[in-house]
Design a protein around this ligand. Structure first.
Ligand SMILES: C[S@@+](CC[C@H](N)C(=O)[O-])C[C@H]1O[C@@H](n2cnc3c(N)ncnc32)[C@H](O)[C@@H]1O
Length: 494
């Protein structure tokens, strides 16, 4: 893509960066200026304290008023804040727009991270009554942040962001990838991404086209995508949300494309929605997406919404809650396809090059210790460790209960004192899994101090509980593998 295809000319981008950095319009600069209370209030869309703190209208104050508090300010004041960028170029690029007696934000110009800037469209909620552009460029919302947090941030040579929009995922990729490629079907989105890149001194390869078409035949070490994953009849009104694919087909399409996109050992992560169909197991449906791909897959379902809540959420997102026909058509489609709920989650795939890939599709609704991306990386590491061992290998290894592992008991008082009803192992850190276990597994984990190989530990347990050692070893293998997979028990390095 032509590097000059941006909202502003290259000289204009330089001028804007000069204005923003000179004024200290960065996350830290703004926090210093506003103080903790007003900064906290701004995060809740309460601008009163921020407006009181910026009455001077020096350049930083004006930028905060215009781009954070969405105020209309007099043109000479805005001109002073944006200089050396001229108001003419800012207007022509859509950075600001005329409103009433002055100028207001024409885009969402967000100071982000330590010293980044991200350009996107002003959200629907800030311009009530104004229809969203069909190629609306999404700002940094909840889904965006979910993918940012879930991405495995290990150093790679090449990374791809599919459906880059504002370019925020690409910005994060640039911290650990030597080369970043970003694609989008929308020319408008690419103009925003190119401007975000230039404003942050980045040089990405930007390509236009449908999903993987612009990178056909190429492979990457890391691929991320926050695609238009919204499930519905396949109609497209807003390209950031609607893929034009029917139902949850985009999730399956990305899975099918993944083996051709990844280098050996490469990772692909994307957000997806999937339907829960009456009489069908959602996890089986999603597992089917990876059949024949040869990829290890870990899919975690983070949320589930009923159709009404789901349709409302997405109509509100584009400011269309008041359109009863659209709502009815969408809900009718859910009814006709027996969709009783929609799941939202994160798909993590890895090209491990093994004949028997591991595919795990599971609910993970608990709050996890951030960043989730570190946990995803560790999950695949543990799979590598497990895959390298048969049952004998598992029995020969030594294990230690994970740091901080807790035992929670429920018991009922009876004539003979407490009778234990349930025993649950719980991890207060990381993925915060909890697992109900029986007394034998409890004894096994309790004795896992890293000194004895599992085989010897089991022999002691077999003698104490009067069971055959071989039977116990056979039963324990899969249980220990499961506890290792979930990180409740850790192998000790030899
Ligand atoms: C949900 S937004 C994500 C934007 C940004 N990556 C983020 O994480 O905030 C989806 C993006 O995918 C783009 N998109 C939609 N359909 C696409 C397609 N078929 N191929 C490529 N990109 C597409 C949209 O233009 C939009 O920029």
């Amino acid at each position: 893509m032509d590097r000059h295809d941006m909202l502003l000319s290259p000289a204009g981008v330089d001028a804007l960066r000069t204005a923003l950095t000179r004024a200290r319009f960065t996350a830290n600069g703004i926090a210093d200026r506003l103080g903790p209370q007003a900064t906290g209030a701004v995060a809740r869309n309460d601008y009163r304290a921020a407006l009181r703190a910026t009455e001077d209208r020096d350049p930083l104050a004006t930028l905060i008023r215009v781009f954070i508090c969405d105020q209309t300010e007099p043109e000479p004041v805005v001109a002073a804040a944006l200089a050396p960028l001229t108001v003419e170029e800012a207007l022509a690029g859509g950075l600001v727009e005329r409103h009433g007696e002055g100028l207001r934000a024409g885009v969402d110009l967000e100071p982000y991270g330590d010293d980044w800037f991200v350009l996107a469209d002003v959200p629907a909620s800030a311009r009530p009554g104004r229809p969203l552009h069909a190629e609306h460029v999404l700002g940094i919302g909840g889904a965006t942040q979910t993918l940012i947090g879930a991405t495995v941030r290990r150093p790679v040579e090449t990374a791809l962001d599919l459906g880059t929009g504002s370019g925020v995922q690409a910005l994060h990729l640039s911290t650990h990838a030597r080369r970043v490629t970003a694609t989008d079907v929308s020319e408008r989105a690419l103009r925003f991404a190119a401007t975000t890149a230039a404003l942050n001194g980045q040089d990405w390869e930007l390509l236009r086209g449908d999903l993987v078409a612009p990178v056909a035949g190429r492979r990457f070490d890391l691929v991320v995508s926050n695609p238009p994953f919204v499930v519905g009849p396949g109609t497209t009104t807003h390209v950031y949300r609607d893929s034009g694919r029917v139902g949850d087909a985009i999730g399956a399409e990305l899975a099918a494309a993944a083996p051709h996109l990844l280098t050996e050992g490469g990772t692909m992560q994307y957000l997806a929605n999937w339907v829960h169909v009456t009489g069908e197991d959602w996890a089986e449906r999603v597992t089917g997406w990876f059949a024949g791909t040869g990829l290890d897959a870990w899919v975690i379902q983070r949320e589930v919404a009923d159709p009404m809540a789901y349709v409302n959420l997405w109509l509100t997102d584009v400011g269309e809650t008041a359109d009863p026909q659209r709502m009815a058509a969408w809900l009718d489609w859910f009814d006709a396809h027996k969709v009783e709920a929609v799941g939202f989650g994160i798909v993590s795939l890895r090209r491990a090059g093994h004949d028997e890939p591991i595919v795990r599709v599971e609910d993970l609704r608990q709050r996890v210790e951030p960043p989730l991306g570190d946990r995803v990386g560790e999950w695949f590491d543990r799979q590598d460790w497990l895959r390298a061992r048969d049952t004998d290998g598992l029995l020969a290894a030594r294990y230690r209960a994970a740091d901080g592992l807790q035992l929670r008991q429920e018991a009922t008082m009876g004539a003979d004192g407490w009778a234990v009803d349930r025993q649950v192992l719980a991890m207060p850190r990381g993925l915060r899994w909890s697992e109900e276990i029986d007394p034998l597994v409890l004894a096994l984990v309790g004795g896992a101090d890293g000194r004895l190989p599992l085989r010897d530990q089991l022999a002691l347990l077999a003698a104490a509980h009067d069971v055959a050692p071989d039977e116990l070893a056979e039963a324990a293998g899969p249980i220990v593998a499961h506890l290792v997979e979930r990180g409740l028990v850790e192998p000790v390095a030899d």
